[in-house]
Design a protein around this ligand. Structure first.
Ligand code: ZN
Length: 132
């Protein structure tokens, strides 16, 4: 019967033996030369927020605008963001997004009657096309 009363109590926590041995190199020393990994923090930076995404592994980053992968290093990404091809693609994408925002603003506001909404959108569109 003494066994039963033992079971009711929580088992005493036995401290695990410390595996860290003195004299071993710390992980930070060993990882000195490892490749830079992709950081999601970068997606929040003004420079990268419009196009940066993760690549196929943690050492790769992706430009979602021109759909291209590159080494996930800050310097490389920064360089990419200044590339002519990238800037052109990004600004084209942004003007498309803006155009969409204008249209959805007209449609969702509901201030104007429906036929007028169409007219306003058409005028905006015509102006947009004339600018190109
Ligand atoms: Zn790009």
């Amino acid at each position: 019967m003494s066994d039963e009363s033992e079971e009711g109590r929580p088992a005493p926590i036995t401290p695990k033996k410390k595996l860290v041995k003195k004299g071993e190199p710390s992980t930070s020393q060993r990882d000195k030369h490892r490749a830079q990994e992709y950081r999601q923090d970068w997606e929040k930076l003004d420079l990268f927020k419009d196009w940066l995404g993760p690549g196929k592994n943690q050492f790769r980053a992706r430009c979602t605008v021109i759909d291209v992968e590159m080494v996930s290093e800050y310097g490389i990404l920064k360089l990419h963001s200044s590339r002519q091809k990238h800037i052109k693609a990004t600004s084209a994408m942004q003007s498309k997004t803006k155009q969409h925002d204008i249209m959805s603003a007209f449609v969702t506001k509901g201030v104007m009657p429906k036929n007028k909404v169409v007219t306003a959108t058409e005028i905006k569109l015509a102006g947009f096309l004339a600018e190109q």
